[in-house]
Ligand binder design. Sequence first.
Ligand code: PLP
Length: 395
Amino acid sequence: MKRDPVAFLASDMIELRKNNLEWIIRYLEGGSKPHCIVNGKEVLMLNTNNYLGLATHPKIIQAAIDATKKYGAGAGAVPVIAGSFDLTKQFEEKFAEFKEVEASILCQTGFAVNSGLIPMLVGKPDMVVSDELNHGSIIDGVRLSGAKRIIYKHCDVGDLERQLKETEKVGARRICIITDGVFSMDGDIAPLDDITKVAEDFGAMIFVDDCHGEGVLGEGRGIVAHFNLQGKVHVEGGSMSKGFGVFGGTVAGSKDLIEFCANKSRTYLLSTAHPPGVVAANKASIEVVENEPEHVKRVWEHTNYFKKEVQSMGYNTGNSQTPIIPLIIGDPGKAQELARILFEEENIYGTPIVFPMVARELSRIRVQMNALLTKEDLSLALSAIEKVGKKLDVI
Ligand SMILES: Cc1ncc(COP(=O)(O)O)c(C=O)c1O
């Protein structure tokens, strides 16, 4: 009998559905902002990384329009061939100044930074010491590198130190400690100040993925500014696609690092550069964060209020310290049911997060605050979350 070479496609999906692990893609019919139309229905959106609401900021949109009119829609080439514009240089200089580092580079995405740069920073003779809850793109980057990977317990600097002592016995060429700055599923902050001290003792390089810290921590500058660690962290990876509301990955650090990245990171070298409109919008976004501090202030006010309220209802928000607020339910089916009822009956859009994003028994709805939400929006969301939580017996 002839075998069907692609039969696994459908059977894998059946398996995912059976285990309540299927991702349902919904479509926004308009901008990404708190009040938006999703699948033809007006909902209150509580699940984007657009923490400051900058995805629809008029100055940023205008910058994209102006640059598109002047430069056109696409870059036409990878950055090192003919895809970099004077706009790119302006963005990179601005971003370096904002992050208080020597230089920066605009890469395709945050994922591309991790999967392209990490395998160049470390290789087979090296050792990576990685937080157990690091983002999947870090895990993929480390796998590609071929370096030996040691996992330390989540945010546990004592364990990190123990693991580093083990690496000394093995004698690696380079040691690299890698951590998310803000953990995307739990909203807690890596103890980067203590990590830095330990790294110095062992001569280890520090790579922090600041994708969810930027725009939020350190008045928008990210985790390094938050802990006053300027000059002590070797590699800051980031994303313009989250708090800054636009699109792209970034690397910030020394001039040597940025030249190395531009010459060696395979995702930077082999993938087309951003459209000019995106580059200009990214620069405008940094200027907005600098000149309009009210966005960062507001997202923190919402965060503190919302977290206190859901906790007093009995929700477990884990170790959240940022605008990422998980409502940890446990059972994946219940987490999905909670999200479904909130969406269908209460017009609240919060995404269930299940395996493989988090461990099965830590399934949750991840709520994310947005500076554009109003007090009325928050009250509406809170009463719906309380009502449905009680109905499903999760609080
Ligand atoms: C911690 C972390 N790193 C990297 C990425 C990837 O960033 P980007 O969306 O720019 O590819 C994400 C996005 O989900 C993330 O949460």
